[in-house]
Design a binder for this molecule. Structure first.
Ligand code: FPP
Length: 244
């Protein structure tokens, strides 16, 4: 029988939802939930590396998150700044390469420099690629890719757009997990999730542990991905692959 570890998707994407509710249930400020969210992310990165996942992409701060209360926005920025300093040594030990995906021009110059430093420091790591979507929106990505192509006088095709997108350095996600019980995509990876398997967990992000990740991977392994083909075509292709 296939185990969750052997059937791990190549690329997992996660909407890490539920930090605020986790904190509220404990009568804590929302930022305490985000801090616990960073712990959960650390655990998840390590678990993905151990399970052979090649790419993990997480939604840390959306283009729309600027609309949150000012103290929460500045708290999240501080948290990111601190996490960059604190986490890089562990990422180095774990072989994790870090990429930031999002509109950098909307960030403070100090933050931009810190992101670039962390990317440069981890650039030679090959075990797991961690994309942190920060000041990111799926619509932003499609629009910036189209604008860049138009500015260069290039034709806009599926292939050229794909190449111009902020996630062109990795294959499309295979599995998109959203924690926190909501069932929506919220402007995450709109283009790249075209053939992604969706998995919704009621767990709040700080409670999303290794067992919850394994459940998601097992659910993924049980899905039949057809990419527009019929089940019969898929069975013929699977039988041919077994014979080859
Ligand atoms: C959504 O939960 C979560 C976020 C907007 C932030 C996610 C950030 C982290 C997990 C920490 C890692 C990121 C940084 C910046 C270092 P929510 O606040 O919407 O939760 P709720 O739905 O329960 O209110």
């Amino acid at each position: 029988m296939q185990t969750a570890a052997t059937a791990a998707p190549r690329h997992i994407a996660i909407v890490m939802d539920g930090n605020g509710r986790w904190a509220k249930r404990r009568f804590l400020p929302r930022l305490a939930g985000h801090k616990q969210g960073v712990e959960s992310l650390r655990r998840c990165v390590r678990a993905c590396a151990e399970r052979g996942v090649a790419v993990l992409t997480v939604f840390a701060f959306s283009s729309e998150n600027w609309n949150r209360p000012q103290d929460e926005v500045s708290g999240l920025m501080e948290l990111m700044g601190r996490a960059l300093v604190r986490e890089v040594p562990q990422l180095m030990r774990d072989g994790v390469r870090l990429f930031f995906v999002g509109a950098r021009e909307g960030l403070a110059s100090g933050m931009r420099a810190a992101l670039e430093q962390a990317e440069a420091a981890t650039a030679a790591n090959t075990r797991l690629t961690l994309n942190v979507c920060f000041n990111y929106g799926g619509r932003w990505d499609i629009a910036q890719a189209a604008a860049r192509l138009a500015a260069g006088g290039e034709a806009i095709t599926e292939e050229s757009l794909h190449r111009a997108m902020a996630m062109a350095h990795v294959p499309d996600p295979d599995l998109l997990i959203r924690t926190g019980g909501e069932m929506r995509i919220s402007n995450f990876l709109l283009w790249q999730a075209a053939y992604c398997e969706l998995y919704f967990s009621d767990r709040l992000w700080p409670d999303f542990d290794e067992a919850a990740l394994d459940e998601a991977i097992a659910a993924f392994a049980a899905r039949e991905r057809r990419f527009g083909r019929t089940p019969e075509q898929m069975h013929v292709a699977a039988a041919a692959a077994l014979r080859a």
